[in-house]
Design a protein around this ligand. Structure first.
Ligand code: IPT
Length: 981
């Protein structure tokens, strides 16, 4: 087929599209508007004719006339890759095609879509596409209608003149790539097609084209109209009508304000002769004062999450039910803010955010990350290529405008984001200035503004907030230490730069920077982490340290977890595929599997951890009182929650953001649980919002002294020391320094254990672990003696040394075996020099049985820096239940702070809390396999008893594991008691 190559043309972004406008849904009258019947909307979703071509050359000319010979059927909306066409590809930052802007490959896959629709009225007809990836051409009844792009934005065409009464043919040709794809390099599976709703709006000749509603907290509603007909207004609160008339300024006495905790909305009807538009609006005002973000004059905290449109079955196509499920789950987990990473969400989804109560950062459809991936390039050198190139100015501005204009009436939108990771330069500066001019009621954000390129001094004056991603908490401390004086300066790697490298702290008064630059840097803006706690695999660890700071610093107003859900493709039979599983190049492996929920929305333990970290209260215990902190910004604590303190119902009347003390019941451990007081859209009254376990006395009871009578028979043969008692027979192996037989309790010799299956957060340190051969440790025994009295004492000095390497661990152990079979182990361990942090250190037992009892942090997996969602208690569970099925297998299911653990035939205890895991998989198996469905169960129960494990951290895309959680001791004592049952 011959076609104009608009997809390669930066000067043709749209043809015949209507001017951008706010999203709305007109109805015939107020009754229909009230019921949301949308009776003026002609839904075109459904089964369309479809044909996939690898290149435009293969598309028949008469397709646009509706010839569908040989065509398949496809659901609209959908992504064609999820329907079996083309193939899946996951790439993060690297462009999936050669960088040759604005051109895309000649072989540019395309999908030809054909449907029919009926018409029987004289209304004007506006054809709407809410999302098509990446660009598309439209014909009605064989006539060319227009062209559009910007995947996640609405394109509207007036097709009135092309439509006839009766049957009409609509043909759409969608291309996989276009010049716009250079700006849509978001970290996601790359999918294509008509992935959001398609419909026609039947509208009277004269109608409202656009409107902008602004409210203030004194109750004023200001409506700016673009209409060629008269408009009157009806305003209702939840109880009924409070205004009707035609004034474009309406004032409501004592308005009920909107916030994320009380998302109160009024309904405004915009009434014209033959049409009514229903708009839900809230009264709220967001502003900055002295570096602090205020909503309705109260400082607020946004505890957020980054959300992509992603489903393992439907891809980018998300139904209302799917979206609502996400929002409900978020609210159930105390999340009150959303960043629409990295493109506008479906327009109706933003209405749901108004209703559920989310503070939204609405982001434009922009990411230009691939410019940082060239050989010899980097974020500091080539990142800003398109951001600075004037050829791209219109395209960037277009995307920012489409985002802002569409969602300008959404109460939930508090911040406009210019996009994600596109570098910085004049194009963004212009776009940012446009936003500020168009909408002075909201804040602006663009994280990438920190990238300053050679020869250009960034103007960031139109950006209201300072934003980083994945900054270390120490960085945040520094930011607030001396604001306006000590500032972070990120500069290019180019020559002549005063500071070099990716950035550093500079003292402005001592700096040689120019006056203009210094002035800009001295402005203290409120701060947020637009991405933090990268939730890939087992993690994130160390959330608390960030949330502590969110509440410590007034200027730190928000943090958004990366990211909401794991992206993967459902292959059936509980199999999920990720990058590389489709043989694609380039791919970024399982870097897309980095969500707080599994692809099917089962919560990860990371989500439970985040829920606890951001719960709307905090309780601390001092002498005989407990201080209850209300972390709601607007709600009285006892308006939202009731508590159970050691099972007894209590209410805490603490004002928003206040603290108050209450008497604390006696006892070493006090459990305080918080429940929702009434039903909400996302949970019933009585839903548990969070808990606080107050450990008043954390002394661990000493192990009891063993008094055992009985006799032993001890014999030595080669490497074996055999110890027989009344009811046991043990064999100690002098070549390993450990037991090879513990009656029938172990099926294999007990092993010294240092390896853990690397978690995704270990993906960097793992290289050091492998280079240090931590996975190849061998025991060498220097000396082993025993003595028999009323106990048998084995003293053993051994080392752990892998092939190739020198000594890693020097271990001196005293094993005391009592006549009743109890074994006490006491090891003094010295760690070799110049070694990476240690994954774990302990013993591994292969034992039998499914049932496990332990006293430690449970019931979920827990680690030194990841145990907020767990509490200290005795738990009865099973080996199968303790397994966490991460899509890419890795260390999982351990329990930190354990005092004892009991399988069906071994009990291990200590008066120094330890960590354990009991799984059906060895760490070798978990290391080796790429997907959970490939895992083979071990015949035995693999019981690992660890002195310690390294913290979990968030280094998959974030700082190193926080120092206090690193396993980097140079010497330590490890003490456990082993009992065979
Ligand atoms: C950052 C991106 O903004 C986000 O889209 C995602 O890729 C995330 O990290 C990683 O999962 S980019 C990173 C290089 C800081």
């Amino acid at each position: 087929m011959q076609i104009e190559k608009y997809y390669n043309d930066l000067n043709t972004l749209h043809i015949n599209t209507e001017e951008n406008r706010a999203y709305y849904m007109p109805c015939s009258d107020i009754e229909n508007a009230r019921k949301e019947t949308n009776d003026r909307k002609q839904d075109l979703n459904g089964e369309w004719n479809f044909m996939y071509y690898t290149c435009i050359d293969d598309v028949p000319e008469d397709f646009k006339d509706g010839n569908t010979d040989g065509f398949d059927k496809i659901p609209v909306p959908s992504c064609w890759q999820t329907q079996g066409y083309d193939r899946h590809q996951y790439t993060n930052t690297r462009y999936p095609f050669p960088y040759n802007p604005p051109y895309v490959p000649y072989d540019n896959p395309c999908g030809a879509y054909v449907t029919h629709f009926e018409s029987d009225n004289d209304y004007r007809k506006y054809l709407n596409f809410e999302g098509v990836d990446s660009c598309f051409y439209v014909w009605v009844n064989g006539e060319f209608v227009g062209y559009s792009q910007v995947s996640h934005s609405t394109s509207e065409f007036d097709i009135t003149d092309k439509v006839k009464n009766g049957d009409n043919i609509l043909c759409v040709l969608v291309f996989k790539w276009c010049d716009g794809s250079y700006l849509e390099d978001q970290d996601k599976f790359r999918m294509s097609g008509i992935f959001r709703d398609v419909y026609i709006l039947n509208r009277p000749q004269k109608h409202i084209r656009d409107y902008k509603i602004e409210t203030d907290i004194q109750g004023k509603i200001n409506i700016e109209l673009d209409s060629d007909t008269d408009v009157s207004f009806v305003l209702e609160n939840e109880k009924g009508e409070i205004y009707s008339g035609d004034s474009k300024t309406i004032t409501v006495e004592k308005p009920i304000l909107w916030n994320a905790e009380y998302p109160y909305l009024y309904t405004l009807y915009l009434v014209t002769e033959d049409e009514v538009i229903r708009e839900k609006i809230g009264f709220r005002e967001i502003k900055i004062d002295d570096g602090i973000v205020f909503l309705n004059n109260k400082p607020i905290k946004m505890k957020g999450v980054n959300r992509h449109d992603s489903d393992p079955v439907t891809g980018y196509t998300i139904s209302r039910e799917q979206a609502e499920k996400d929002l409900k789950l978020m609210k159930q987990h105390n999340i009150n803010a959303l960043r629409t990473s990295h493109y506008p969400n479906a327009p109706w989804l933003m209405q749901l955010c108004d209703e559920y109560g989310f503070y939204v950062i609405a982001e434009s459809d922009i990411e230009i990350h691939g410019t940082a991936s060239f050989f010899g390039g980097s974020q500091a050198v080539t990142f800003g290529l398109l951001a600075q190139n004037s050829d791209w100015e219109n395209a960037i501005l277009d995307r920012v405008q489409r985002n802002v204009i569409r969602d300008k009436n959404r109460t939930s939108v508090c911040i406009w984001s210019l996009g994600n990771e596109g570098g910085y330069g004049v194009n963004f500066e212009k776009a940012g200035r446009w936003v500020k001019e168009y909408d002075s009621t909201r804040l602006t954000h663009y994280e990438s503004s920190m990238w300053q390129m050679e020869g250009h001094i960034n103007d960031t004056s139109m950006l209201d907030v300072e934003s980083t991603m994945y900054a270390d908490y120490k960085w945040i401390d520094k930011y607030f230490e001396n604001p306006g004086e000590v500032v972070w300066h990120r500069v290019s790697l180019g020559k002549g730069s005063e500071y070099g490298g990716a950035g550093e702290w500079i003292n402005l008064s001592e700096s040689k920077l120019g006056k203009k630059e210094k002035e800009q840097m001295a402005v203290v803006k409120p701060y947020m982490q637009c991405e933090f706690i990268h939730a890939m695999g087992n993690g994130p660890g160390g959330i608390k340290e960030y949330i502590d700071r969110l509440y410590r610093y007034d200027g730190f107003f928000g943090a958004f977890a990366w990211e909401w859900c794991d992206h993967a493709i459902d292959m059936g039979d509980s199999k999920y595929f990720y990058g590389g599983d489709f043989g694609e190049y380039p791919n970024d492996g399982n870097f897309c599997v980095d969500g707080l929920v599994y692809p099917d929305r089962r919560p990860h333990t990371g989500l439970l951890e985040y829920k606890q970290a951001i719960k709307p209260f905090a309780i601390k215990s001092y002498s005989n009182i407990m201080v209850v902190e209300n972390r709601y910004d607007f709600a009285e604590l006892d308006d939202k929650l009731y508590f159970e303190v050691n099972g007894e119902r209590m209410e805490f009347d603490v004002p928003p953001r206040g603290k108050k003390s209450f008497p604390r019941p006696n006892g070493d451990v006090v459990m305080v649980k918080a429940y929702q007081k009434s039903d909400t859209l996302w949970a019933k009254k009585g839903y548990e919002v969070g808990f606080e376990q107050l450990i008043v006395n954390d002394t661990v009871p000493k192990l009891e002294t063993v008094n055992a009578d009985g006799s032993f028979e001890v014999s030595e043969q080669g490497r074996n020391i055999t110890i027989k008692g009344n009811n046991f027979e043990y064999i100690f192996d002098k070549s390993t320094g450990n037991f090879k037989k513990l009656s029938d309790a172990v099926t294999r010799p007990v092993e010294w254990n240092m390896w853990r299956a690397p978690t995704d957060n270990d993906r960097n340190i793992m290289r050091d672990w492998i280079n240090a051969d931590y996975h190849r440790e061998q025991s060498y025994v220097y000396d082993c003696t025993y003595d028999v009295t009323d106990t048998v004492t084995i003293k053993c000095h051994n080392a752990l040394i892998p092939v190739v390497q020198r000594k890693h661990m020097d271990i001196e152990t005293v094993w005391t075996i009592y006549a009743n079979g109890i074994v006490d182990m006491q090891s003094s361990v010295k760690v070799g020099e110049n070694l990476p942090v240690i994954p774990r250190f302990g013993l591994r037992f292969f034992t039998k049985g499914e049932n496990v009892k332990y006293y430690g942090y449970g019931p979920y997996e827990s680690y030194s820096d990841k145990h907020l969602c767990t509490y200290l208690d005795e738990f009865n569970t099973t080996v199968s239940d303790m397994y966490e099925p991460y899509i890419k297998p890795q260390e999982n299911g351990s329990h930190f702070g354990t005092r004892y653990v009991e399988t069906e035939n071994i009990r291990v205890s200590s008066d120094t809390p330890f960590s354990f895991s009991a799984l059906h998989y060895t760490q070798e198996e978990l290391t080796e396999k790429k997907h959970n469905f490939e895992l083979e169960k071990c015949d035995d129960t693999v019981l690992c008893i660890d002195y310690k494990q390294n913290g979990i951290g968030q280094n998959s895309c974030g700082p190193l594991t926080q120092e206090e959680y690193r396993f980097d001791e140079s010497e330590f004592e490890f003490k456990i008691r082993i009992e065979i049952k």
